[in-house]
Design a protein around this ligand. Structure first.
Ligand code: ADP
Ligand code: MG
Length: 238
């Protein structure tokens, strides 16, 4: 569904993505993890066409995305930091996005679950970070897109909202959808993902199924398994 081939990106002299090769298939959910600054958001923005890579090819549904924009209709995106017009009310924002996408079927379950209707009259600049995240999450799920890209979806959410969002993700995962979820908190993605891509300083250090990483390391918990695998990798290099 999404393929990335030999992708490179620099910001000035800083190499943020180095020869990235990836394949994301429908029916799977990928945890894209790595320390802060490892290049996760940049990779996602390249896939969305919001950042131009210096070299490499990204294909969505076998089509090179270079110069294209219609493919974005297939993507539901929750940004790490949602930026919205300051003076717009929450209700107006949802109306506007619905008008822009002109899609019949909508999934407004998260609007209800997060009780956003009760805040429709609040202006975006008055919202707390957590409420802004809830709006971003609800917008990402609104159009039943086959590709769901969630960038640090749980950051800034209260514990209850984290559980609401996690169960929504679990519920929506199916063999016709692809989820790509980033986090720097490994344990956040336990149970949500089938596969893991570990990025460090713009290099893919690990890319395999979570079941395999757990069995290889003998660790039951995702976070512990990743940590054990990283220690092993470092020991191999040293
Ligand atoms: P992550 O999402 O893994 O935390 P990012 O992709 O946001 O990492 O950032 C990777 C690196 O690229 C960081 O060092 C960050 O400061 C830098 N970076 C990201 N966007 C820009 C930009 N627009 N201009 C300059 N540097 C950037
Ligand atoms: Mg990021």
């Amino acid at each position: 569904m999404i393929s990335v081939h030999n992708l490179n990106k620099k910001f000035g002299s800083l190499e943020v993505l180095k020869s990235i090769d990836l394949d994301f298939q429908l029916g799977k959910s990928f945890a894209l993890i790595g320390p802060n600054g490892s290049g996760k958001t940049t990779l996602i923005k390249c896939i969305l066409g919001m950042v131009m890579a210096d070299s490499g090819v990204i294909k969505v549904d076998n089509e090179n995305i270079n110069g294209q924009w219609l493919y974005r209709d297939k993507i539901g995106y929750m940004p790490q930091i949602g930026r919205y017009p300051d003076n717009m009310k929450i209700g107006q924002l949802f109306d506007m996005i619905r008008d822009l996408r002109k899609k019949e079927s909508v999934d407004d379950e998260l609007i209800t679950e997060f009780n956003l209707q009760s805040m429709y009259d609040k202006r975006m600049h008055t919202l707390s970070g957590g409420t802004r995240q809830k709006v971003s999450a609800a917008l990402a799920f609104l159009f039943d897109a086959p590709i769901m890209i969630l960038d640090e979806p749980t950051a800034g959410l209260d514990p209850l909202a984290v559980e609401v969002l996690k169960s929504k993700i679990r519920k929506e995962k199916n063999d016709k959808r692809l989820f790509l979820i980033t986090s720097h908190i490994m344990s956040d993605l336990d149970e949500l993902s089938s596969d893991v891509v570990y990025l460090e300083e713009g290099v893919i250090c690990y890319n395999d199924t979570i079941a395999k990483i757990k069995s290889e390391t003998g660790e039951e918990k995702f976070g512990k398994a990743i940590a054990a695998m990283m220690r092993r990798n470092r020991a191999d290099v040293a």
